[in-house]
Design a protein around this ligand. Structure first.
Ligand SMILES: Cc1cc2nc3c(=O)[nH]c(=O)nc-3n(C[C@H](O)[C@H](O)[C@H](O)COP(=O)(O)O)c2cc1C
Length: 202
């Protein structure tokens, strides 16, 4: 079974034509890197809400919604709009099973105040991160001055390690989606059961 992410209707239609089984409609809310096919090409930056509906209007191919879904009500909303399934990332970062370090967890718990930002400065490709020192430091960098992925990612990891050695933890690749403030700290299995209960209540 093959799944591929689409960040636009054109990418979704290319996925459907290629015989891949599921389209993952990845909205601009999503944490981390999105599967935008060509980093040089125009990115319509569609929300999960609009991207899902626009893809569904153009193809009967099954679509999985991704980006900003944090609880059972969000899952119910996406299924109501015609999604075959949902994909959640940020919702699991605080789970004990996740590899996130303590600085990342602490920053995520404070996301209600600081929010998230999209930057290419951490990895060389646009990705959504908790708004930390790295995001603020690079905010005014011109796009053409940032080396491509993955060179910048290697440099970014080295910078994060050097900063952490000086007890500064705001330079990590702390990927998170716009729903970051809604992340809950509990074992992954318990979180899945909570989603099901909330979805059924919706
Ligand atoms: C820590 C983290 C790393 C991610 N890395 C990637 C990635 O390398 N490539 C990609 O296409 N999506 C990546 N994603 C996005 C997920 O595949 C998923 O689409 C996204 O998390 C859904 O949005 P949400 O974070 O709002 O739940 C990442 C997400 C997180 C939270």
């Amino acid at each position: 079974m093959l799944l591929a992410t689409a960040t636009s209707v054109a990418e979704a239609l290319a996925i459907a034509r290629s015989g891949i089984d599921f389209i993952v409609a990845q909205g601009i809310e999503a944490g981390g890197h999105r599967g935008h096919f060509d980093p040089q090409a125009f990115d319509p930056q569609m929300s999960t809400f609009t991207l899902l509906q626009a893809i569904r209007q153009q193809t009967a191919h099954p679509v999985i919604a991704a980006g900003g879904i944090m609880d059972g009500a969000g899952i119910a909303a996406m299924l109501q709009l015609g999604a075959t399934g949902v994909q959640l990332g940020t919702a699991f970062v605080l789970c004990p099973e996740s590899a996130a370090n303590s600085a990342y967890r602490t920053a995520l718990k404070q996301a209600g105040e600081s929010g998230t930002a999209i930057t290419a400065a951490i990895s060389g490709r646009q990705a959504r991160c908790l708004r930390n020192d790295f995001c603020d430091f690079s905010r005014d960098f011109a796009a053409h001055t940032i080396p491509d992925y993955p060179l910048t990612y290697s440099l970014g990891k080295a910078l994060a390690a050097a900063a952490a050695a000086k007890n500064q933890h705001g330079f990590g690749a702390q990927w998170a989606g716009q729903g970051a403030a809604l992340a809950r700290e509990m074992p992954a299995g318990e979180l899945i059961k909570t989603f099901v209960t909330e979805w059924q209540a919706s």
